[in-house]
Ligand binder design. Structure first.
Ligand SMILES: Cc1cc2nc3c(=O)[nH]c(=O)nc-3n(C[C@H](O)[C@H](O)[C@H](O)COP(=O)(O)OP(=O)(O)OC[C@H]3O[C@@H](n4cnc5c(N)ncnc54)[C@H](O)[C@@H]3O)c2cc1C
Length: 414
């Protein structure tokens, strides 16, 4: 970082160094070469406001050479001494103010239900990327936390011939890895969620349970009519379709009754639906590490040249993730290239949704975007190539274009 003039005010430098060090360590254990794309991915959650990214990326690309440098190896051997001193660090006694806090980490569903029964007021935490805002923004102290991120049954990704099952504690990075070659549109959407650091921790279950109207995965799950497997503390189970899950702003059907509260175990998606035409369009002010102003998840089911079913599921357009059912209905039974039906769908959409205005986007902007995104999906269904930049494509092609494109987004291209 020093050699490449990668640090100026220094505020962001420690975070960037840690992200790059993480990339270096991972590349050593996986034999993966460090290239421009992996450096951009590793620092996607680190914002620098003064140096500029070019020197930082140069420093990242130079890590492999630096790591072989004799001076650096000597420095790192001193670092090993520091490591052993840190490992010798003795655990200190908890201050009295923290005496009611504990952190439990069950490894199986049976253990999870057992600790939930023993700690009825405990709060579940998966990646903590939503929950911890309660602490950092509202100074909320948690009592007992039950970490569900290691529970084996909640970590599964399984195909059984007709269904893809995604455990609630599957992280975005794990889903990215799984979908890369199988479901490229899902993979591209995931690249637009937060940054690598958050994607390594954030889970599908946390995203859905948090019930934010601007969360990115609920529209995707709505587009595929996902079934959710819910489990109560007493072990009883039920299946709820995602279409029936959200009741209002930040409220869901998850039972909250003491001793009988529910958790999400997994999501089931029909493989036949995953094979149908689907797209996801995220509009946000920034390409990386930004929350959606509007997100559309769309799926068309075709029978010859006719649309036999369609899903338009939105984030950012109402108090909950929502489907535009009237707009959907205008296309059902119509030819895929019926432009009048498309116009009708867009008119219906304008009438049925009244999005909020907030710091991310005005109501009018959201509605215009939603209409344009439906048109984009229809054009793509009919074989027209409409440019879309995904986070993955950004690293290679857009950085070389510099400011010309940075800051525009999928919105401009929709
Ligand atoms: C910098 C940053 C950027 C972000 N960008 C995005 C983005 O682009 N798109 C987006 O959608 N989100 C974004 N988020 C929000 C967040 O990362 C996601 O919503 C994430 O999926 C939450 O998952 P988690 O595992 O961290 O949940 P946690 O924070 O651990 O939990 C969230 C809530 O869900 C509950 N919960 C967790 N697991 C379960 C379960 N199995 N059953 C029942 N309840 C459960 C917890 O009790 C808690 O109430 C961002 C967050 C940050 C900090």
């Amino acid at each position: 970082m020093v050699e490449h003039h990668g640090s100026q005010c220094g505020f962001c430098t420690p975070g960037i160094v840690l992200s790059l060090a993480g990339l270096y360590e991972n590349s050593q254990s996986s034999d993966k070469a460090i290239d421009r794309e992996s450096v951009c991915d590793a620092i996607s959650g680190n914002l620098c406001r003064c140096t500029g990214y070019r020197p930082i990326i140069d420093a990242g690309l130079d890590m492999v050479r630096t790591a072989k440098d004799a001076q650096f190896i000597e420095l790192m051997s001193k670092n090993d001494n520091i490591k052993s001193q840190l490992l010798a660090f003795k655990e200190v006694e908890k201050p009295a103010s923290l005496s009611n806090q504990s952190y439990l980490q069950p490894m199986t569903l049976a253990e999870l239900l057992q600790v939930k029964t023993a700690h009825l007021d405990a709060i579940m935490i998966a990646g903590g990327t939503d929950l911890m805002l309660e602490n950092t923004q509202r100074f909320h102290d948690f009592g007992t936390l039950i970490d569900v991120s290691h529970v084996a049954e909640l970590k599964q990704i399984q195909c059984n011939g007709t269904t893809l099952t995604l455990g609630a504690s599957v992280t975005y990075s794990e889903l990215e890895h799984f979908s890369k070659t199988r479901y490229p549109h899902i993979y591209n959407l995931l690249s637009r969620i937060a940054s690598r650091q958050i994607r390594n921790r954030g889970t599908i279950g946390g995203n859905v349970a948090n019930a934010s109207p601007i969360a990115d995965l609920p529209p995707l799950l709505l587009a595929f009519d996902a079934d959710m497997q819910l489990v109560k503390t007493d072990g009883s189970k039920r299946v709820v379709n995602i279409n029936d899950f959200y009741q209002g702003y930040k409220t869901t059907v998850l039972a909250k009754e003491r001793g009988k509260d529910e958790l999400i175990a997994s999501f089931d998606l029909a493989l036949s639906k995953l094979e149908q035409f689907h797209r996801f369009y995220k509009v946000s002010k920034r390409m990386e590490d930004d929350i959606s102003s509007v997100l559309l998840a769309v799926r068309f089911e075709l029978s010859d040249d006719k649309i036999s079913d369609v899903r338009f599921a939105f984030g950012g357009m109402a108090a909950t993730p929502i489907r535009a059912k009237n707009a959907e209905q205008s296309l059902v039974g119509k030819n895929i290239n019926d432009e009048q039906a498309l116009t009708q769908a867009i008119e219906n959409l304008r009438r049925e949704l009244t999005p909020l205005s907030d710091m991310r986007a005005s109501s009018r902007y959201r509605l215009d975007m939603a209409c344009n995104l439906i048109k984009k999906a229809w054009l793509e269904l009919n074989g027209t190539q409409v440019p879309t930049f995904s986070g993955h494509a950004l690293s290679e092609s857009m950085l070389s274009l510099g400011n010309e494109i940075t800051g525009q987004e999928g919105a401009t291209h929709a």
